[in-house]
Ligand binder design. Sequence first.
Ligand SMILES: N[C@@H](CCC(=O)N[C@@H](CS)C(=O)NCC(=O)O)C(=O)O
Length: 227
Amino acid sequence: MSRKVIELFYDVVSPYSWLGFEVLCRYRNVWNMELKLRPAFLGGIMQASGNKPPAMVPNKGLYMAKDLNRLASYMNVPLRHPSDPFEVMFNKGSLPAMRFITAVAEKEKDGGRLLENVSREVWKRIWSTDQDICEPASLSEAGLKAGLSSSEVEELLGLSKSQPIKDKLKQTTQEAINYEAFGFPFVVCHIDGKPQVFFGSDRFELMAYCIGEKWLGPQPDKPTSNL
Ligand SMILES: N[C@@H](CCC(=O)N[C@@H](CS)C(=O)NCC(=O)O)C(=O)O
């Protein structure tokens, strides 16, 4: 059977996207799939779909904080809340970070792990160690940790401010909107030429059923006994 293509649309401002990202990266060699990481801009998705971030409803925000703490442990992802989530998510946002990550994606068109590693390092800053992701020095630090050289980081920071990269981020965001996305993580599974879409990091069991693969829990190398 030919490999299934699974696209993950994500933004590092989204903690649930980090969970979905880690789970799909773990399943790369477990499911018969090619994983395509699609960095996009959640602000654009919210605007185009008429949605708003769930944490803007106070009780949802309170619930999410508890939910994410449990999920961090269940999924074994070192997710911790920033000291001021509203400032981080709604005032500072993720535009410079997502442009930088888009530049990495464009540079690494032929596959490889840089896009995965840089995304993870930026996520660790915003959603684990409570560090900035907007300043060039912050993105540079994440890039170096992910294995880029200082000259590559400089080049990518320059590129991230260029019109082609801004346009590419808009284009990827538009592709998710065309699939009727309203939030992230947003996963598009292509099977027999037909796209099936899933919202959330809590849809993997259903996704596995729909694409004919086995769900072994969020840590497939450590399946739990009750699965
Ligand atoms: N139940 C989902 C929630 C995902 C979620 O809340 N994502 C946020 C961004 S972090 C979003 O875009 N939400 C849009 C919505 O809930 O309508 C999960 O477990 O992953």
